[in-house]
Ligand binder design. Sequence first.
Ligand code: NAD
Length: 344
Amino acid sequence: MTAFWTEADFDDHEFVHFVRDHASGLTAIIAVHSTHLGPGAGGTRFWHYPNPKDGLRDALRLSRGMSYKNAMAGLPAGGGKAVLLADEARTKTPEMLAAFARAVEGLGGRYITAQDVGMSQDDMVALKANTDHVAGLPGQGGDPGPYTARGVFLGVKAAAQRALGAGDMRGVRVAIQGLGSVGGGLARYLAAEGAELTLADINRDRATAMAEELGGTAVSADQILAAEADIISPNALGAIITEQSIDALKAKVVAGGANNQLATGSEGAMLRDRGILYAPDYVINAGGIINVLRHVDNADDDEINARIDRIPGRLSQVWDESDTSGQSPDVVADRMAQELIGRA
Ligand code: NAD
């Protein structure tokens, strides 16, 4: 028998709760990686996995990711993640949500859930009927995108200063991939400080409209990573930094809000070898979770802003340590996070 804790993605998770509710048909996994700094906090994903093992893998990996992210954001929260295993038709009933909420409640606050892929705001409100341990409800901060965008903006500025010696963003050429909630917000901040923008979105009209409004240049989505720019800011999909895309990069900095930018993990070292400064994604994009988890310690708006203001400082710590150790910033960030959660 293969022991569960020899699974490749098992990383001394404090507990993994398998939930089955016969009456509603709910099957769910709640993984809590660490409660060292506070309750294990992280979103609930509703997804159809043809192989349920992939659901377990997501729960294990994503909960560890939340431990690292929350720790590096200085939050009084550990890391957790829940996965609701959807059937092929993605049936989601009130009874299933109620059963899931009861399971969360049964953990007594050791796991705090929030919205993730496949879950709506209405679903989160429904969960609240059966558990107190739900973060990011309507009226508690709303859309995380603007908070993430501000943190990314501050991180991009810190990177520009470090890699380009730029005191402000005037004339700094920034290429932004993805102009949604995060990338669009970032573009506005940068334009207001006089950056030169190159913009791309698979929705070409959005890029064109934004370039007209903010005074930048729109290019096609497949050209953006190789754009003539000082900074590339990925704000769309993950896994876009690959060996091939690194070869084509002309920028000196990669700093953006997209999750899981490095395709396999080894690209951090390749960027470093090419002298390109990388802002670890989960450090620079923490503004949203900082706001979503405001009720964990009843932080007010001033405190939320102060926490977001600390993102550039945290990045500088990572870069300093990277310069001293010779390790890439992504590796350094993981190690700093492990120290913060008592796993050095
Ligand atoms: P969004 O859906 O609002 O915007 C994404 C944009 O990217 C859309 O305009 C879409 O058309 C565009 N896009 C998709 N594929 C593209 C491609 N190949 N090339 C160019 N553009 C493409 O999403 P968002 O909330 O802005 O999130 C963007 C990224 O940031 C995601 O990776 C997300 O996981 C990450 N993130 C978001 C938050 C947040 O608070 N919203 C927090 C942390 C991380």
